[in-house]
Design a protein around this ligand. Sequence first.
Ligand SMILES: *Cc1c(COP(=O)(O)O)cnc(C)c1O
Length: 420
Amino acid sequence: MRDETKCLHAGYTPKNTEPRVMPIVQSTTYVFDSTDDIGAVFDDPTKNLIYSRFANPTVMAVEAKIAALEGGAAAMCTSSGQAASLLSILNLCDAGDSFISTTQIYGGTVNLFSYTLKKLGIECVFVDADADAATIDAAFKANTKAVFGETLANPALKVLDIEKFAKAAHAHGVPLIIDNTFATPILCKPFEYGADIIVHSTSKYMDGHALQVGGVIVDSGTFNWANGRFPAFTEPDESYHGISYTETYKESAYIIKARMQLMRDYGVYPSAHSAFLLNLGLETLALRMERYCENALKVARHLQKSDKVASVTYPGLPGDSNYALAQKYLKGSSGVISFVIKGGKENAVKFMDALTLASNEVHVADIRTCVLHPASATHRQLTPQQLVAAGIEPGMIRFSVGLENIDDIIEDIDRGFQAV
Ligand SMILES: *Cc1c(COP(=O)(O)O)cnc(C)c1O
């Protein structure tokens, strides 16, 4: 199946007289005929459903669909994108371990990696996404367990050279984890460039409708966990009657370990109802991504033409510093643009407040056009000097292009310009 078809059909194939649509299986638990039947499921938890803290049929249908879209072996949904990033690391790192991340990643992930994981004894070593091979190589230590990066970084809109980081990770026997939220599998399939694990915030384009927060981890199924660096995969798991994940589950080892250890213990599994809504978003993902890219390129070109704009950042624009990487890795640059309006914060606020179609909100990748002025919202506490150091110019606006008619979006932008 191709992507458009997978969006509609992967993950659930009804049999004779079964419902056309995957039903919401709203149940915490599942019934067994006998004590022996329950015992057998505890011997091998992949054989049947046990409890909806770590497995549910509605959620699993979505997991299978996303795994198919990414070309992976298995997936596990989580209750947020943050939970997906957290578990993707905890599945590999114990206290005393470290991992490498590029600096151009989502702000929430920076907090998680720099502060919360540090308290758990896990160190994150940051390297610039543009670092050369030697610099990346020098960041590895004996206890490095993974490399992390973002395909199309939120909010920097930096496109990652996935092959460069995959090569470095594999040379040191560790996997590359990619946050593919902004690109989605429709615009980029990181496994094809050597990534081993993919995480998403499904709250963005996958859900698409700003309905519910969620996340997912996808495993390529191709990384060799038995290379000596990951004893937690090969040695008996005392918390699971001495199972060895690589021996028993082979190419599904990563996701089954994440499900049976981490999801069992942390319990950040989404509800069946959330998965049902996420599936509705996924059904039109391929179609929507095409239009987001088309609308955003038109908006970016329109902004570029205005004498009220100092600069436009959109990797799909010829001349953008990420254009070449975007051409290589992305089938389109998705719907998020950032631009700097002349006249700093004062004009940015005037522009924003004059918009009547685009809503002012803390979200991106919605079906509706939305805008955010980082200097007065997410980065409000910073002084003008600190803003510049953080790469946030006072006149910078993050514009998330929606699926309204392009002429209405452009008219709204012009309304903003008139107020400046
Ligand atoms: C939003 C986002 C996250 C966090 O996801 P939540 O669903 O909000 O927890 C992680 N990575 C990226 C790239 C994001 O945009």
